[in-house]
Design a protein around this ligand. Sequence first.
Ligand code: ARG
Length: 462
Amino acid sequence: MTKQQTWSQRFEAVLHPAIARFNASINFDIELIEYDLTGSQAHAKMLAHTGIISQEEGNLLVAGLEQIRQEYQQGNFNPGVEAEDVHFAVERRLIEIVGDVGKKLHTARSRNDQVGTDTRLYLRDQIKQIRSQLREFQRVLLDIAEKHVETLIPGYTHLQRAQPLSLAHHLLAYFQMAQRDWERLEDVEHRVNISPLGCGALAGTTFPIDRHYTAELLHFDRVYANSLDGVSDRDFVIEFLCAASLIMVHLSRLSEEVILWSSEEFGFITLKDSCATGSSIMPQKKNPDVPELVRGKTGRVFGHLQAMLVMMKGLPLAYNKDLQEDKEGLFDSVRTVKACLEAMTILLQEGLEFRTQRLSEAVSEDFSNATDVADYLAARGVPFREAYNLVGKVVKTSIAAGKLLKDLSLEEWKQLHPAFTADIYEAISPQQVVAARNSYGGTGFTQVSKALLAARAQIADC
Ligand code: ARG
């Protein structure tokens, strides 16, 4: 250890170098630097505003902090482990730049309320970016859905063919998930955007600070009402990680479908060269790396949520160094969610194409119209359960005979039940099967067209 540590003169010996490295967070909390500078500038202005320091001193501090911002942006500020963390690094550099007045910056403040402020400013910013990425993702889903209202795709339950769907309806399901994600983040932001600045180390401060003034400068909605809570609370990080985990659940489910759809067995989409990779040994292959990576990265975000919950559960009030562990998982989750949203949006926009011919064949070659036969009879007065049992028998005999329902003759239908007439063929055609599901929120074309309009309107202004 060459330089002296920033802590008090109570310490006689310097830290063991390995412990200094172990203790330091500068390698990762440098990510907070711009927020740390902004937060410190607000604090300096408040100190001057309340007369705790002079106006001139306040101006010097603000300008010195601005210079550090320039140095950092130009790549000329690279503090090492001796600085311990970003807060000490900035304070040290400030003192080098503005001299002794720099030593006044930390009046009426602690690193505990400082780091809480920085993390909230960072997360508020990131939430904004992620929400606008979600909007872009939704826009692209809508663009594709609008082209495919009348394209049919098999719908599954238990991964068994169930009932055919409008492809637009399928894509709109992901639109709705993204909509909830977008709303959830808005809600989380209410609890991110509270200022802990001025809570001090844990108990507040003896100085006549103005917490509302700094909160206003930093565009916080509110201030923490309790100083202990203010420096100890990481609920907002956990809430964000929950919301981030759900975004990843949704992206991962879509990924899984894209992977299945691109397989030869399904053959519902082709992957374009710009978003797929080849094999080093099998020349025929085109691999869906993007959705596989998204699916694969999902686990790390869940892991960060779990780590954070476990880290918090046993902590006595107020600050404990354990809390330094909140950052790497949070930063990694933010980076992961942003990267995955970007990649999936590009994949949808230009990386895949639906094979409409193959899709229309797929919905014509199965028994996914069986419910409609039962519905046909039920609409003609046969109790549904009776109709259901009847159709079960036809499916069984048709499979044995290697036929589909559409291949049965009118005579065969009539033998089954006298209520059948020639319009049964129209009723069980895939197009009609989909069109007929016109209940609110269903896959019927009329409903889907309405849903598309509503979705467009929903994202129009924000
Ligand atoms: N680097 C620390 C963290 O990230 C800053 C707060 C340090 N506070 C303290 N009392 N040691 O949590």
